[in-house]
Write a protein that binds this ligand. Structure first.
Ligand code: IPE
Ligand code: IPE
Ligand code: MG
Length: 251
């Protein structure tokens, strides 16, 4: 667990913050942010994308090891075609603009979810960002795109069943480690499970985000809409997390 002395960073107060190794964020409320301003929903998504840059920098500066951002769920295909196609363009705009900064910040881009169903240009932009940042050694910036936790669990079960059917695996040997090796978070190793999950916009649900990995995650809900969730809001969430007593069933 990393510790961060706020005094050294801001010079304002001496509270010692406990920094979550793996921070997961459900970035919700872009549409409502735009609606409040009488703007189209796409303007909210654009503002939300700009905020990803700010929060990535802030999390990396704080010493977060993995920042997992829920960008598009397997259920978001249900939205109108024009909104889905705008959302599919955002990674192209985001990475074109931001990859040099990510390289400078030593951030590694990774993804979770079925990328193969995305438009070709979106897949290419993601592949390019992953490749250009692959040798970086700092924070993982892990985007959940076309990600759904239930599909992830079913996929893992399918792969394990196939290995059993082929005689490569004995059902008696299937344990948590076997299962976790088949989840999308396996490449994150020791940081596969989030320590803190933040959801913006006041909704009190997980919406199919990391249902397996969140088993012992600390949850933080705020009414702030994602485009307004700034560095101060992130510090408030981490301050709250710092005060939590994580017992994992013990005393
Ligand atoms: C989150 O904002 C972004 C995505 C789900 C892609 P929303 O678009 O869900 O914003 P609201 O919930 O309608 O305000
Ligand atoms: C969750 O937000 C998905 C993302 C933030 C990408 P939604 O806005 O899609 O969730 P629901 O529909 O309110 O549950
Ligand atoms: Mg929403």
């Amino acid at each position: 667990m990393a510790f961060f002395n706020k005094r050294e960073n801001s010079g304002k107060d001496s509270a010692t913050l406990k920094i979550p190794d793996h921070l997961a964020i459900i970035m919700d409320g872009n549409g409502r942010w735009a609606k409040k301003r009488l703007l189209p929903r796409s303007a909210g998504h654009k503002a939300g994308m700009d905020n990803v840059k700010a929060i990535t920098q802030a999390a990396s500066d704080l010493g977060v090891k993995v920042l997992t951002l829920y960008a598009f769920s397997t259920e978001n295909w249900r939205r109108p075609d024009n909104e889905v196609s705008f959302l599919m363009k955002l990674p192209v705009i985001f990475f074109n603009d931001f990859v040099p900064d990510l390289v400078a910040q030593n951030v590694r881009v990774t993804t979770m979810g079925d990328i193969s169903q995305l438009p070709d240009a979106t897949q290419a932009a993601i592949a390019d960002a992953v490749e250009k940042t692959a040798d970086n050694t700092g924070m993982f910036l892990n985007f959940a795109i076309n990600y759904g936790g239930q599909a992830e669990i079913v996929q893992a079960a399918k792969q394990i069943a196939a290995a059993v059917a082929k005689g490569e695996l004995n059902p008696a040997d299937v344990d948590q480690g076997t299962f976790e090796a088949h989840l999308d978070t396996a490449p994150l190793g020791q940081w596969a499970s989030p320590d803190l999950m933040i959801r913006t916009s006041g909704e009190l649900r997980l919406s199919n985000f990391l249902p397996y990995q969140a088993a012992y995650c600390e949850l933080y809900f705020t009414d702030t809409l994602w485009p307004d969730f700034d560095q101060a809001a992130l510090l408030a969430a981490i301050k709250d997390y710092t005060s939590r007593d994580r017992r994992y069933g013990g005393l």
